[in-house]
Write a protein that binds this ligand. Structure first.
Ligand SMILES: NCc1[nH]cc(CCC(=O)O)c1CC(=O)O
Length: 293
């Protein structure tokens, strides 16, 4: 009998598309494997009336998926790298990271609208985006928006917001790239750690070589350095840290943003040997924290 890989995913449309991308890559490389999608709602999908900071941050989108792995209901889970907590259960290692899609944040206007209405707020749901928006659009208000990408777009089109900021990668995967009216460069708006990268989690000690077809060394090295930076600074879910790296040959370039509790910011770019990506990230994190102390 052929082996079946059960793939656990959140049930949002974007999460399902991402999981199907992973399943297609595995299926192409390993026609002998059976693949089965298992979707579930996470706490973060159920509680939609509070901002993410208030309900306890990032573990929210993964708890139920972790439990499904531990209870042997699925074999791997697919995550947006940026939604993963910085600490993962030692029994459930991150097995592979994808190639990075477009990491940039984008501005989306209401359907049929071509300019920002100054009487309405820009909708976004992260402190990181809010900090950069206040610099880019000092005269605009910013307001929180929750829900999956489709829900947010509906609220935008109903007239609640002048614009939204979303991840370009998510919109492209949803086939909604025509909604993008402006790309923010990483200099204008530093992306969240692991934005655009997918991460695969599984049980320790199991044969996961079938993931090699999908795993990207570049994606992994960027993801690990960005996660190391964020982990080093994470004073809790309300600290709006951002980290973005690029690799070329043996070199890694990492930009980090640190924001203290008074909302003072420190941001810097460092370059070093790619194999030192995590050490470089930890040193940068310490340096930025020191600058504001
Ligand atoms: N927090 C939701 C989330 N998680 C990952 C993405 C986009 C896809 C990606 O970063 O790979 C999004 C949507 C968004 O921020 O607009």
């Amino acid at each position: 009998m052929s082996r079946t890989i059960r793939v656990g995913s959140r049930d949002s449309i974007l999460a399902v598309i991402q999981s199907k991308m992973v399943m297609a890559a595995i299926g192409n490389a390993h026609p002998d494997l059976q693949l089965e999608l298992v979707t579930m709602k996470t706490t973060g999908d159920k509680i939609l009336d509070k901002t993410l900071d208030k309900i306890g941050g990032k573990g929210l989108f993964v708890k139920e998926l972790d439990e499904a792995l531990l209870e042997n209901q699925v074999d791997i889970t697919v995550h947006s790298g940026k939604d993963l907590p910085m600490e993962v259960d030692a029994r459930l290692p991150l097995l592979a990271f994808s190639h990075r899609a477009d990491p940039r944040d984008v501005l989306v206007l209401p359907q049929g609208v071509t300019t920002l209405d100054p009487t309405l707020p820009i909708g976004c749901s992260s402190q990181r985006r809010t900090i950069y928006l206040k610099k880019l659009y000092p005269n605009m208000n910013v307001a929180s928006v929750r829900g999956n990408v489709q829900t947010r777009l509906r609220k935008l089109d109903e007239g609640q917001y002048s614009a939204l900021v979303l991840a370009g990668a998510g919109l492209e995967r949803l086939g909604l790239q025509e909604r993008i009216s402006r790309y923010f460069t990483p200099e204008e708006m530093l992306p969240a750690a692991c934005q655009g990268i997918l991460a695969i989690q599984g049980r320790a000690g199991e044969d996961c070589r079938y993931l090699d077809c999908f795993a990207s060394d570049d994606g992994r090295d960027c993801a690990l350095s960005e996660r190391a930076f964020t982990r080093r600074l994470d004073g809790g879910c309300s600290s709006p840290v951002a980290a973005f790296s690029t690799v070329e040959g043996d070199t890694i370039t990492l930009t980090g943003l640190y924001v203290d509790s008074d909302l003072r910011t420190a941001q810097k770019t460092v370059t070093g040997k790619r194999t030192d990506g995590e050490a470089l990230a930890i040193a940068l994190a310490d340096q930025l924290k020191e600058e504001l102390s």
